[in-house]
Design a protein around this ligand. Structure first.
Ligand SMILES: NC(=O)c1ccc[n+]([C@@H]2O[C@H](COP(=O)([O-])OP(=O)(O)OC[C@H]3O[C@@H](n4cnc5c(N)ncnc54)[C@H](OP(=O)(O)O)[C@@H]3O)[C@@H](O)[C@H]2O)c1
Length: 329
């Protein structure tokens, strides 16, 4: 597996998003999830992405089980944001309010360490910026965790450019994690240039458009009742009709190159620069293996120009109104 650097943190060129193994994307199979994480290690895909909010808490517990005995062979990224004092594993209604206070940063790390069965986190992200708390306070407390040896690197997710700047002035930010893919290119305007100027790595999440660009589903009706994507603005009504054309184009270009649509979507992200490390999510080994193969796909300038010229604009926001209110803060 090729390697890349997020600032000074060396990682596999693609990571593995573990969220769907426990939450948001319908039915789960813990044992297959664990086997997928083990297979990732064999393939050299050693960057694992999880979060307290996934489950909540159950995804960190699952990752902890999967890495047991091999902790140091993985690079573990997890995230804090909302209060979990009353957090009941698997019960989304038990998640408390967002809290970026220093006090919460100091206590929330302990739960992640315990659930993951480790005494350090490689990359600790604030999942969503808390607009009620100055970012200097949050990052200052995260920096204390670095000093204490509990965290090796710190990151922000879905932070606005100015927040990234202020945060980086307190302590070097190793990575910013934000949605970025063939149909979510907003970071190109400001977030990516800001990261590049400050030498911060970039971790594109949902690089497969939550599976839609990979052809995983073509209608929300194919998804389980409890799948978060069923109500996604891009997957419903007229937007879905328009976006099916986009996904069909991805498939067509992939077919012409003799690769899978997921591989085209990942190779495109990888081609945006060596400072990007996408974290495609999957619950299963088959997709993981396919996705790992994307690092060997070379897209030419002609391929990239064709994609720019032929892919239609996506229809619909990437989150509903409440979700959009929590990003770019
Ligand atoms: N920071 C944040 O706010 C944030 C938000 C969302 C996600 N994330 C992180 O980013 C990771 C990735 O994002 P994501 O999971 O939302 O979306 P994604 O990676 O764009 O897509 C995941 C979906 O694609 C499917 N898939 C994966 N590989 C495939 C392949 N080769 N062929 C066909 N389908 C394939 C998966 O199917 P199966 O489920 O059937 O395997 C899953 O439904 C998450 O796991 C999570 O760690 C972070």
């Amino acid at each position: 597996m090729k390697r890349r650097k997020l600032r000074d943190l060396e990682v596999s060129a693609i990571g593995l998003g573990c969220m769907g193994m426990s939450a948001f994307y319908g039915s789960t199979d813990e044992e297959e999830g664990i086997k997928t994480i083990e297979r990732a290690r064999e393939l050299g895909v050693t960057l694992l992405d999880t979060a307290q909010a996934y489950g909540p808490l159950t995804n960190e517990i699952l990752v902890g089980r999967a890495i047991k005995g091999h902790r140091d062979e993985y690079v573990i990224a997890t995230k804090f944001s909302s209060r979990m004092d009353a957090g009941v594993p698997g019960d989304m209604s038990s998640i408390g309010p967002r809290d970026g206070s220093a006090a919460h940063v100091r206590t929330s790390i302990e739960g992640s360490l315990e659930r993951l069965g480790t005494d350090y986190i490689d990359l600790y992200f604030q999942h969503r910026v808390d607009p009620k708390v100055p970012i200097e306070e949050t990052v200052g407390a995260m920096a204390e965790l670095v000093e204490a040896g509990k965290v090796r690197h710190i990151g922000l997710s879905e932070a606005a450019p100015e927040t990234i700047r202020r945060a980086n002035a307190v302590h070097p930010i190793t990575a910013v994690q934000t949605e970025y893919s063939l149909w979510s290119r907003d970071p190109e305007a400001e977030v990516l240039p800001t990261c590049r100027e400050l030498e911060i790595g970039f971790v594109p999440y949902s690089p497969l458009g939550r599976g839609f660009l990979a052809g995983r589903f073509t209608s929300p009706d194919e998804l389980d009742e409890n799948d978060f994507r069923r109500g996604g603005p891009r997957f419903t009504g007229e937007n879905l009709e328009a976006n099916l054309k986009l996904a069909a184009k991805v498939k067509e270009i992939a077919n012409e190159k003799g690769i899978m649509p997921a591989q085209l979507a990942l190779a495109w992200v990888l081609a945006r620069g060596d400072d990007l490390v996408p974290i495609p999510g999957t619950k299963r080994r088959t997709y993981l293996e396919q996705n790992a193969g994307a690092v060997e796909v070379e897209l030419t300038e002609d391929d990239l120009a064709l994609i720019d010229a032929e892919l239609p604009e996506p229809a619909g926001e990437r989150y509903d109104e409440a979700g959009m209110a929590g990003v770019n803060l």
